[in-house]
Design a protein around this ligand. Sequence first.
Ligand code: FE2
Ligand code: FE2
Length: 379
Amino acid sequence: MKKQILFVDDEPNVLDGLRRLLGDCRETWELSFATSVDEALRKAMETDFDAVVSDVSMPVKDGFELLRGMKKNERTREVPVVMLTGLNERELKRRALDLGAADLLNKPAEREDLVARLRSVLRLKSYQDEIKAHNVTLEKKVGERTRDLADSRLDLILRLAGVNEYRDKVAGNHGLKVGAYSRITAEAMGLENVFVERLFLASPLHDIGLLAVPEKVLWKKDVLTFEEWELMRQHCVAGHTVLGRRISGGDIFHSFWENGSRRDYDPNRNPILKMAAAIALTHHEWWNGKGYPNGLAGRDIPLESRVVAAADVFDELTSDRPYKKACSGREALATLRKAAGEQFDPDVYAAFDNAFKRIDAARQQFSLAAGAVSGGGPA
Ligand SMILES: [Fe+2]
Ligand SMILES: [Fe+2]
């Protein structure tokens, strides 16, 4: 592709002279001409020039105005400008360089000089263009890679959250619903975006420890005995172990990852798993300290678990179970209200209440998707 070069001078005969001087360069250069700064700036907005050659002294607006105008505009900022000045105009030369001129040439320009200088600024410009294009491609690739990683992480969490459903068909989407409700509540609390994202991804795994609970307990239609309750309660510690333990052999496994190039990998640093493990352990703790497994109270219970606790009970109440029918969203909200300050953090409840419309809309979406099997109908 031909290089686009713009020449600016208020005297048409100077431009004619340049046109003649560079006549034999037209195979590789496309020459354009402007007799004023305004005309030059207009043309620079229409064509992507590779270089501009301009006189300094012009009536109305001079070459410095052209330089300033080009530097101000995103589209023309990087275009190199070569300034033509008189042999002894030292002050003008200094100002031109201060304003960002790429090079200076004495007037009248000798052909050899002009061609050599233009070649050199054009070469520089094409390097810059290459680097720019390379950066754009890199940014695009990084963006795609980041999206792919985020998608595959989300998919893994969806599959993991579905593990319980493989055994317990009744619990339809419990983990995912708790994830959605927790997210809406956390947003209503004005919590930081990073925290909200993490909570959204970690909370669907809160009941993964139910894997440790025997099916006869999980599926029992009658009231659980004390021993069965004990077994049920173990899902908190079991979930914490599954999500938080250091897996023996993990280091060896990682040494095979990317041919051992990721020696710095530390599985305990994964912030989503860390939060998921904390939630698994503490999502049945109560604000007043009467929950399990450790009887934590108030702000000793991690914030993420206080949010999940409300979302968890809300889904429990609005879902059909072998031992009970679902209630409506509004009825469940009323039950939560009664337990605010006892079972639930009052601030979490307040946010839940504020965001109830969105939460209940999400509930209905899940309910419709599940063929309206559960959910108790619109609130
Ligand atoms: Fe649970
Ligand atoms: Fe749960």
